[in-house]
Design a protein around this ligand. Structure first.
Ligand SMILES: *Cc1c(COP(=O)(O)O)cnc(C)c1O
Length: 361
């Protein structure tokens, strides 16, 4: 087996090879301290400079200022944010709007209902989430509007977020965080489990507008209150040190690429290659996203003519060093996750395999 194979897993997922290589050697003797980054106190100067640099670079990539936004690196996964968000911002008898575009959105709705009313502002569930709704039925004066920017399981991505006016806009960006240019200042809260696009599992990035955080309810358990972590610059308790270190290295990598503009161009080029090939051969490789404008640049979902062929496709893919092409167990079919770190050559290798497979089957 070659040292690196083509990794299409949805998460944990591919990371930039240079980051993996550098992190695992340099981290052994971190900053020449004679200790690894795993072994140093989170109260030490060396850790602090690594941690704050990761926060600073993330804000720089997003075009946001530290005066307006706080970056938190917390444990618990994006799933914990499903409940932390309404706990902080949705009071009993108040309403939050949720745009439901896939299985993860539904999980977020379930948690919000523990705290207050939920208005489903739009949903494409009746059509198996095969498109992103274009019209949103928003509640005037809602506590916030929650969106899922990229739907990892069904392969759709929001291109036009709802216009929410004064109502805070929130997004679960777990599977496309920092994959494209966005006007991030429109958002009051963004959260993302790192393991899809910006790092390993174990850390969740939260970017929150400071002025909104100040309006949160006070009677929230300490660890779930955003203000706790903002007040301590995300070091209220021990952070997930090593995952944050890798996220910091990925931030440097994004800046080296030329920031989000360059990253977006590369992602468009990769996804374009794959979608174009499928559209030309749609009687064999059928994209499950019916509305082309809703297609994800990160998770490309498709079906083959039969489930037997899909099984064979996935198995032969693995034999050909193309791993992780199985669709999520809740939706079936095939899925190629082509996050930031996936090189263009990886997608080329996939398309070449798809051509050979179709010719032979
Ligand atoms: C993977 C994923 C989650 C869950 O993330 P965890 O960190 O495992 O809790 C939530 N939302 C989206 C969009 C995801 O892709």
């Amino acid at each position: 087996m070659p040292e690196r194979i083509h990794n299409f897993f949805a998460g944990p997922a591919i990371l930039p090879y240079d980051v993996i290589k550098k992190s695992f050697t340099e981290a052994v003797n971190f900053n020449g301290l004679g200790m690894s980054v795993l072994e140093i106190s989170h109260r030490s100067a060396a850790f602090d400079s690594m941690f704050t640099e990761a926060q600073k670079n993330m804000l720089e990539i997003m075009g946001l200022s530290n005066d307006d936004y706080a970056v938190l690196f917390l444990g618990g996964g994006a799933s914990t944010q499903f409940c932390a968000l309404p706990f902080n911002f949705l009071e009993k008898d108040k309403t939050a709007d949720y745009v439901v575009t896939g299985g993860w959105s539904k999980k977020a709705v379930k948690e919000a209902k523990f705290f207050g009313n939920v208005n489903i502002a739009a949903s494409s569930e009746d059509a198996n989430f095969s498109f992103i709704p274009k019209r949103f039925d928003l509640t005037p004066g809602a506590a916030y509007v929650h969106t899922t920017s990229n739907n990892t399981l069904v392969g759709t991505q929001i291109k036009n977020f709802p216009q929410t006016g004064d109502v805070p806009l929130v997004s679960d960006m777990s599977s496309d965080f920092l994959s494209r240019k966005l006007n991030f200042s429109k958002f009051s809260l963004i959260y993302a489990g790192a393991q899809k696009n910006i790092g390993p599992s174990g850390v969740t990035a939260i970017v929150i507008k400071r002025s909104w955080a100040e309006k949160a309810r006070r009677e929230v358990p300490t660890m779930l209150a955003y203000t706790t972590h903002i007040d301590k610059n995300s070091l209220f308790n021990t952070p997930p040190s090593f995952p944050v270190y890798i996220v910091g290295e990925v931030m440097k990598w994004i800046l080296e690429q030329g920031g989000l503009e360059a990253v977006e161009i590369a992602n468009n080029r990769k996804a374009g290659l794959l979608y174009e090939y499928m559209d030309e051969n749609s009687d064999y490789y059928r994209c499950t996203v019916t509305d082309p404008a809703s297609r994800s640049l990160m998770n490309v979902t498709f079906r083959l003519p039969t489930e037997e062929l899909e099984k064979k496709f996935i198995a032969e893919g693995t034999e050909n060093d193309l791993i992780g092409l199985k669709g999520h167990r809740s939706v079936g079919g095939c899925r190629a996750s082509i996050y930031n770190a996936m090189p263009y050559e990886g997608v080329e290798a996939l398309v070449n395999f798809m051509k050979r497979f179709m010719a032979a089957n």
